[in-house]
Design a protein around this ligand. Structure first.
Ligand SMILES: Cc1cc2nc3c(=O)[nH]c(=O)nc-3n(C[C@H](O)[C@H](O)[C@H](O)COP(=O)(O)O)c2cc1C
Length: 206
């Protein structure tokens, strides 16, 4: 049974990874965050909750840029971030798994850097609904102290959760993920530790 499931997901991976080479972008320059966008914070707090259902609409580059900036973007001229970090270590990496590749968000340049041209969001999934998510974020501590890493990831996924509530995008934090597989596929360093993931997608059309 386990073998069948592995073969099934393997086949899905191969099919999903068939993106034409000319469609794979090594760097994606993200649009500037829309600082005027979204609904008031109190409404976002009221509406924040986990959703495990996603529709087919794609998250566009503007929304993705806003989401990543909310997660770990630079919000001051000295390079400090939208999230606080212990001793200003900035020791959090956010990876983006989406159709057409896995990317690392580079906050200083506000761009995505390709780490794997395959569509990996299936390997993040231990729960069926993740297959329907358009984008999966993976939060990685790149510092020895993974305890503070967990706090940094918590700040980031809460920022994203609030952004999503404000924009009407569904999201859920994921602790149940295949860390060993993701570690290999994201080509992480020995010091890197996968803390959590977050599945995102527009709701199904009513
Ligand atoms: C660290 C963490 C890990 C989580 N892991 C999962 C998960 O693997 N799968 C899942 O469906 N929900 C997961 N959740 C979502 C929680 O189940 C959810 O936040 C909780 O039930 C409260 O619901 P709410 O977010 O709608 O308030 C996780 C939440 C956190 C903070």
């Amino acid at each position: 049974m386990k073998k069948c499931l592995m073969l099934f997901f393997g086949a899905l991976l191969v099919i999903a990874s068939t993106v034409r080479a000319d469609e794979i972008q090594k760097e994606v320059i993200l649009p500037e965050p829309d600082y005027e966008g979204g609904r008031p914070l109190m409404q976002a707090l009221r509406d924040r909750h986990s959703y495990r259902e996603f529709g087919v609409r794609r998250i566009d580059e503007q929304n993705l840029a806003d989401i990543l900036w909310a997660a770990n973007g630079v919000n001051r001229p000295d390079g400090k971030r939208t999230i606080p970090t212990a001793r200003d270590s900035r020791a959090l990496d956010v990876y983006v798994l989406k159709q057409g590749g896995a990317y690392r968000y580079n906050p200083d340049r506000h761009i995505l850097e390709l780490v794997n041209p395959a569509t990996l969001r299936y390997s993040a999934a231990k729960q069926e609904f993740v297959q329907q998510a358009d984008v999966v974020l993976v939060y990685v501590s790149n510092y020895e102290n993974h305890e503070t890493g967990g706090m940094h990831a918590g700040s980031a996924y809460q920022n994203v959760g609030l952004y999503c509530a404000s924009a009407g995008i569904n999201n859920v934090v994921l602790g149940m993920i295949d860390r060993d597989m993701l570690r290999k596929e994201l080509h992480l360093n020995d010091n890197d530790y996968i803390l959590a993931a977050q599945a995102l997608g527009w709701p199904k059309k009513k």
